[in-house]
Structures are given as C-alpha cells and as structure tokens.
Design a protein around this ligand. Sequence first.
Ligand SMILES: [Zn+2]
Length: 384
Amino acid sequence: MQYDLLLTGGDVLDPGANLRGVMDIAISGGKIATVAPSIPASQARKTISAKGRLVTPGLVDMHAHVFVNGHDMGHQTDHFCRCSGVTTLCDAGSAGSSNFAGLRHVLDAEVRTRVRAFVNLSALGITGTSRGGELQHFPYADPEGCARTINENPDLAFGVKLRFGPNLVWEYSTAPVKLARRTAEMAGPNVPMMMHITDSPVPLPDLISEMKPGDIVTHCYHGRAHGIMGQEKQFLLKEVVEAQRAGIIFDCAHGRNHFNFRMIEKALDQGFLPDTISTDLTTTSATKGPVWDMPTTMTKLLHFGLSLDEIIRRSTANPAKIMGYEGTVGTLKPGANADIAVWELRDGSFPLIDSDGDTIAAKRRLLAQMTLKDGRVWYERPAE
Ligand SMILES: [Zn+2]
C-alpha cells in the first residue's frame, strides 16, 4: 500500500504553500506524501472523509505557556492543544536559566505537542508573586545563564524573553531591552528576542528602537498604556509602522490582559495586521476565558474583518518560520510533518469577550473537528 492514510475531499487552505481548493491529502510515514485533486482510495490503507470541512495545517501557537509557576499547563498541554487544532506551540519564556531543565523534563515526559521555547532573561522565568515580577530585582537578570541555556538546548530553546511592564523590570528605561538584545547576541548571530509590552511605563518607540529585525513585539493589541497607538489610542505610531516594515514581528498574544477589541478594530482599519496570531494560553485563560483557545482568538479576528486566508497564514506558516520550522511545520507541502487540522466554519451568533470586558457577537466561528499529528488522528470532536 502506497499511503498510510488519505484525507479526502476537504476544502484545503494552506496560504503558506499556495494551496486552496477541494483536495485529497495522502500521508505516509507521518509525513505529507502528496496533495492533489483526486487520489484513489485504493492506494491507501485507510481513508477519512473531510468533505464539507475546511482543512489547514495544524496550528502553530506563537505564544503560550507550558510552565508558568513551574507547573501551569504542564501535562494538560496536549489536552488544550489537540482539541483546538494546535500541533505546535512556542513557550514564551515560562522558564529561565534556573528552571529550564524542569520545562524540558515536563515536555519529555508528558507532552507530545511540538514545542520550542524562549528562555526568560530572568533566571526565575515567569513565577507569579504578589511581591513583584521576575525582573523587578536586577540580580535576577541572568544574561550569561540565558545565553548558555539557549546554546545548550538547540532543539528546544531559540530566543530570549523579556516582559517589560509595571513591576516587571528593575528600571523604567531602555536598559532592560538593551540587556535582552545583548543577551540574544551573546547566544548567537540570529537569536531573536521577544518583548511583552502591555501597559509599558516607557513609550513603545523608545523600546522598539533597541530591537532588530526578526525580534518580536508581543501583545500588540493591548489597550493599556503606551501601545501601538501611543497614549492617544487613535492612530498608529509611525515608528510602529516603520518597525514592522523593517522586519520587527508583531504578535497578538491574547491573554487575560492583552486583547482589546477597539484597538483591534482601529489597527485593522488602519492596515496594521499582526504578523502572528497567538493565545498566551495558561491554564486559567484556557479554562476560565477570555482566551479559551486558538480558534476563539482567530474567530475574533475574523469578526473584525481579517480574511480566513490571512488568519491561517498568521497561525501556521508565519510562526513556523520564526520558530525555525519552515517547510516542515505549518504547511501541507509534501515532506512536511503530517500535522493537520480539520474545521467546521459554523454560522450563528457567538458572544465573545475581550480582555477588558468588551463583547461582540461573531456570526461565524471556527470549531476544530479533527486534529492529526505526525499522520495520526490525535483528536476527534465528539458527535453533538
Ligand atoms: Zn505570555
């Protein structure tokens, strides 16, 4: 038998590979073998019909947290991912140099989701405490340890994470950004840094002037102080537009505090799209909202007029490229890992809430029907 599995008749949408239309997908040895309008069922050991469904690459969540507080999603990571079409995620700095081995242990022992990670500039990683954030005390910054951790874990670690915000850094100046950038340079020539910017005490243009192309600004649609529209919150700052044009990446990372519908509406109206779509998922935001999962975040952007094509590209090919997976993840190209999501685009009226209590009623929503990981069915939505 030529193929292990054939997924037939789905409406395939893979903007990264320019695939669009009703097609069959053949899988062999956990990889995509071929995608074509019609592949004979006799050539496959097993056939699954995706007729009437949207079929995309498995989603890549650019910003989530497996290991906040040294446990958080932990062994539940697979559960949250597979029922929402996510097969790959990026842990956005949950762990630092002192506890990165713990993150690795959890991933090796309990998680099948494909994961890469930013290493926090703070040795502590993200550890919630009412006494202040991970870099409120300067001695917790560990540039040497962070760079060493990235170099010692090339399969997993690939960048430096900095959370810049009130009570998160030791000094409200560009010094923390400069240190994060220098740390990335110590780790290697093309190592990116990711910076959280919500409610920054310092204007965003000052912070991004210290970043370089390939670096990532996360939480770009937050509605607090000093966002992409400055304190007026009306018009995009020209420095932000220029930075994106120059290759700085803007990630939306929903989270409990970082996704404001009015900011999204204004930014999209002014032509500012996120480069990557992500959840900032933790156990709390996955089980109590307002995030819930990737398809909910994508549905909100669909409501505000981002096209499905643009949404899928920013949830598959774009983040996969940043994570070093170009051509192997986030795509249905032959040879890629056979990570696939099958969707229902359901019509109705779906009330959805942002991080600041604002609500919308979306007319369409994405619902994960099936997730395949490395060519095997990993999730199937129970019949309603
Ligand atoms: Zn985060």
